[in-house]
Write a protein that binds this ligand. Structure first.
Ligand code: CA
Ligand code: CA
Ligand code: CA
Ligand code: CA
Length: 357
């Protein structure tokens, strides 16, 4: 019989092999709490940034959460949409150049889903939580200009904070999840009549304390919510999934996370495989879990300085895709907010992802 620790090691090695070994997976045995061994920031292997975005216009803690838009035909023309939580949304190309800044309010989190029927077309729909008026701002991406076009907004029933989107595999419906610092989560169904988008609240529940980062796994119909001081919860993503929740990892000595738990993202693999990635803000690392089953912990990484680009600290939001985005990002792209960007306002770092080629 393999010990628990040996099984973890075997799993990590298997997945590291799949990841082409560029992705530092550390089987750290930190499930063994009796030894008091905790994985430290210094022993997490570093991924190197390949580019960084222009800093956001506002100073202080301003950049927060990115979303990757994949151009449906010209993948190297894909973009990153990032929040400036003191003023709006920015759109960047894959070299980090700013293509647009939309000064529409204190946008905290952003997410998107492609394939939304609007005005007789299928569009990529972007949603952002706007703390200026506790609304959800909606945009579509103009494929030709790559710019955001306003598509409406709706008031949430809570003091908005985190946000993520979900497209059901069961019936193709589009949803926005929005949460509050008090731990409330709301699920809104989005429908369109012509060019007009309507939103209807279809579920509300309470996680307990401060929540922000969230991500929906469309294929597995799962919703992950980070309770900042506590850990990562898994819920069902459909509106009829109820309030059953499972704690998949926690902060403190019993887990692999150091508060705050912040951004969450899914790196799709073939079939149901792939990884769930979480920003462990308190130790400047990213924790990695299997996407399927019980979300077994796989390892962790950090993003170190390279190519004249500073390292990544105090990350809030993240996003990742395993879709090849042209020659610069042949295995995909990981984007992470950087809380400290010497010499400038905060920005986002871009990392070549090679997790699942
Ligand atoms: Ca921050
Ligand atoms: Ca996001
Ligand atoms: Ca937070
Ligand atoms: Ca930095």
């Amino acid at each position: 019989m393999l010990s628990a620790r040996q099984r973890w090691s075997a799993l990590a090695i298997t997945i590291a092999a799949l990841a082409g070994a560029t992705f530092a997976l550390v089987s750290d045995g930190s499930t063994d709490t009796s030894s008091g061994v905790r994985q430290s920031q210094s022993s997490a292997r570093a991924l190197a940034p390949a580019a960084e975005t222009r800093p956001v216009p506002h100073s202080g803690d301003a950049a927060d959460d990115p979303a990757i838009w994949i151009h449906p035909r010209a993948r190297s023309r894909s973009t990153i949409i990032g929040t400036d939580k003191r003023g709006g949304l920015a759109v960047y190309d894959l070299a980090g150049r700013q293509l647009q800044y939309v000064p529409d309010g204190r946008m905290n989190n952003v997410d998107l889903r492609a394939g939304f029927g609007l005005g007789g077309r299928r569009v990529a729909l972007v949603a952002a939580s706007n703390r200026s008026d506790d609304s959800v701002a909606l945009y579509r991406v103009d494929e030709r200009t790559r710019r955001l076009v306003r598509a409406g907004s709706f008031g949430a029933g809570i003091t908005v904070y985190g946000l993520c989107m979900h497209r059901s595999r069961r019936d193709g419906r589009f949803y926005v999840f929005v949460d509050s610092k008090r731990g409330e989560v709301e699920q809104w169904l989005l429908t369109a009549t012509g060019r007009r988008i309507s939103a209807r609240r279809v579920r509300s529940f309470d996680v307990g304390s401060d929540v922000e980062g969230c991500v929906a796994d469309d294929a597995l119909s799962r919703l992950y919510v980070g309770e900042e001081q506590r850990g990562i919860w898994r819920f069902g993503a459909e509106p009829d999934a109820g309030t059953t929740k499972t704690l998949i990892d926690s902060t403190g000595a019993s887990g692999h996370l150091t508060a705050d738990v912040e951004g969450l993202a899914i790196a799709d693999g073939p079939g149901d495989s792939g990884l769930l990635i979480a920003s462990s803000q308190g130790d400047d690392t990213f924790a990695v879990y299997r996407r399927d089953g019980d979300n077994a912990f796989v390892g962790r990484f950090r993003i170190g300085a390279a190519r004249g680009i500073d390292d990544v600290e105090e990350t809030d939001g993240i996003d990742v895709t395993t879709t090849a985005l042209g020659p610069r990002f042949p295995g995909g792209l990981l984007v992470a907010q950087d809380g400290r960007n010497p010499g400038g306002n905060q920005n986002f770092k871009l990392v070549r992802w090679r997790g699942f080629p």
